[in-house]
Design a protein around this ligand. Structure first.
Ligand code: ATP
Ligand code: MG
Length: 577
């Protein structure tokens, strides 16, 4: 493509709305432009990247035996009522009405629609396994849309759904997707890792996320320093080396004006590891829960949601606490003052022989409290694991935390949707059975942007060749020199004839502008035709990643470019960056 005939507009200034580099570079490079919060237009360069990522995804999905379809984006509410998600999905679901006042949603995901399609045709075990996928625009009304394509409201997703006749079949379909996902992210040139994940509102059995490793990632991952254990912090567990402590007698003590558990422990000269703090939350159904965790621990909201079967949890305000008959700063599990509230303690507290806990009375705490003797309640795993704790898998290594961007997610759904939607087939014995399902998502835009987060420098983007908007850029630095222009034109035509993917900067622009744009846009292989070198029969060839220029004979340019191209693809194939 000739730059002069294209629609590429770069921006000099850093963009204020961008909190992370990759977002800034997408905007500055003229890849995308914002239309509304979390909603973007894709400009030619952005669209080309989206297409390249989609093509890789499509190839690997097809190779794994999945079949492409395209489902409607707008879905009738009836299907969501059948699955139960009309009520369960929460505020991310964009609900709309038609002129006849009928309810619809703009699909955030397609389990219902695909299950409805399959149940109409697939009546026998002989028709399975089957895996249907699409690449399509989704809408989720995210609470905090941010970081450009990373967390948009409208975004492009590849979603696939497998249907099997039994659990073993489902496991096999899942395994095929796991392999396909590894191929996809490797081919996109990303440093990534798969981790155990929570299944969230989609529900189901096993689930793994594919994380692009990056300090700016929204997800925190827990990894073991000696085995391959890797889990999203949302569901990570650990083995604790807790001591039970000495058994003491329960005693009520004065703790005036000490509102946080830390203050209380300091005042009582107690170890916060031997204290319980209360956290009061309510869910989307208005149910209220009081969670008790160790004073030094952090509540894991995802685990708390799991334990309470909630979709959303929101902290209860101080006013509401009053109304619930709870004394802020002094809430404790002994003689809990409100029978309508579900009280849940983290497992960790069960093993302590003496705890500092609130006395449900202004200015008082108990010391020496012991689970089973002084109080009892529901127990659950509620805490966020900490670095340095022992790995739950190898039981020797220590855990550490790193950050990642979730680009893909695979789930074993089991029969959740097929049961709810009465989507069944006849097995070998003529018995009616709901399908065993799996679902598999990849954020196309998020993947593209994650690649920038991992591959950039102070000058701009450094695209992995496999998803770059173009593989090669020719820049002519002297558009008044006819001989030089003729050469560039010919070089460009020849490359295009060879099927190469080339951007040709033929603009009548200043040298500095062209070179800066070239660095910003980040095309991996560059051919720069400048006046001086050209006069001695040479042109400069360089890679964006190191910007090291090599002078090449004019006639050898295409050969050189082909070699570099082959090398870059080979590196990606081998997983080298
Ligand atoms: P997250 O935890 O980031 O909200 P999710 O668990 O809701 O993600 P899934 O429902 O598993 O995401 O969706 C599949 C894939 O779609 C994700 O792995 C991610 O790559 C992409 N994705 C999800 N939400 C968004 C979004 N708001 N913007 C861009 N991509 C998204
Ligand atoms: Mg989400």
């Amino acid at each position: 493509m000739r730059y002069s005939k294209s629609f590429i507009y770069t921006l000099k200034e850093d963009q204020k709305e961008a909190a992370i580099v990759s977002h800034n570079l997408l905007l500055r490079g003229g890849f995308i432009i914002k239309l509304a919060s979390g909603i973007y237009n894709y400009l030619p360069l952005g669209l080309r990247v989206i297409r390249k990522v989609s093509d890789i995804v499509r190839e690997e999905m097809n190779k794994a035996g999945a079949i492409e379809i395209l489902m409607a984006a707008i879905q009738p509410a009836e299907l969501w009522k059948e699955s139960g998600r009309w009520n369960d999905y929460g505020k991310e679901l964009l609900r709309i009405k038609d002129r006849g006042d009928r309810d619809f949603v703009f699909g955030p995901t397609h389990e219902e629609v695909v299950t409805d399609i399959v149940r109409r045709f697939v009546k026998s075990y002989k028709q399975m396994p089957i895996n249907l996928y699409q690449i399509q625009t989704k809408f989720r009304d995210e609470l905090r849309p941010r970081f450009g394509l990373m967390r948009g409201r409208e975004f492009i997703m590849k979603d696939a759904y497998s249907f099997d006749k039994d659990e073993a079949g489902m496991d096999e379909s899942y395994e095929k997707m796991r392999i396909a996902y590894n191929n996809i992210f490797r081919r996109c040139g990303l440093a990534f890792r798969s981790v155990e994940a929570d299944t969230g509102s989609i529900g189901g059995k096993d689930s793994e996320e594919f994380m692009v490793l990056s300090n700016t990632g929204e997800d925190e991952i827990v990894v073991c320093d000696s085995c391959d254990y890797a889990s999203n912090t949302e569901r990570a567990t650990s083995i604790l080396e807790d001591e039970a402590g000495e058994e003491l007698k329960l005693e009520k003590v004065k703790t005036p004006n000490k509102e946080t558990i830390r203050d209380v422990c300091e005042y009582l000269n107690a170890n916060p590891e031997f204290s319980a703090k209360a956290l009061v939350y309510k869910n989307e159904k208005g149910e209220v829960f009081c969670f008790f965790i160790e004073g030094d621990d952090e509540l894991n909201l995802v685990k708390a949601m799991r334990a309470t079967d909630s979709v959303e949890l929101e902290m209860v305000s101080d006013d509401e606490l009053e109304k619930l008959n709870l004394k802020k700063g002094y809430i404790g599990p002994i003689d809990f003052p409100n029978k309508d509230i579900r009280v849940i303690c983290d497992y960790r507290l069960k093993n302590r022989n003496n705890l500092v806990v609130g006395a449900n009375e202004e200015g008082y705490h108990y010391v020496g409290a012991k689970y089973g003797r002084d109080f009892e309640c529901e127990l659950a795993d509620l805490r966020v694991v900490k670095e340095g704790e022992i790995c739950p898998k190898c039981k020797k290594g220590r855990l550490k935390k790193i950050r990642g961007i979730e680009v893909g997610h695979i789930f074993k759904l089991g029969q959740k949707y097929s049961k709810a939607m009465n989507a069944t087939f006849l097995d070998e014995n003529g018995k009616t059975i709901p399908y065993f399902m799996g679902c598999y998502g990849i954020g196309i835009g998020r993947t593209a942007q994650a690649a920038i987060e991992q591959n950039h420098d102070e000058y701009g983007i450094i695209w992995p060749i496999s998803i770059a908007p173009f593989e090669i850029e020719i820049v002519s630095l002297d558009t008044r020199n006819k001989e030089l222009v003729d050469f560039c034109d010919r070089l460009y035509d020849e490359m295009v004839d060879k099927g190469l993917d080339v951007l040709y900067d033929d603009r009548d622009e200043r040298v500095g502008v062209k070179l800066n744009d070239m660095d910003l846009i980040g095309i991996p292989i560059r051919v720069i035709v400048g006046k001086k070198a050209f006069e001695s029969g040479k042109v400069e060839v360089s890679l964006r990643r190191d910007r090291n220029k090599e002078l090449i004979e004019k006639d050898d340019v295409i050969d050189k470019v082909l070699k570099l191209r082959e090398m870059l693809y080979k590196e990606i194939e081998e997983g080298r960056k």
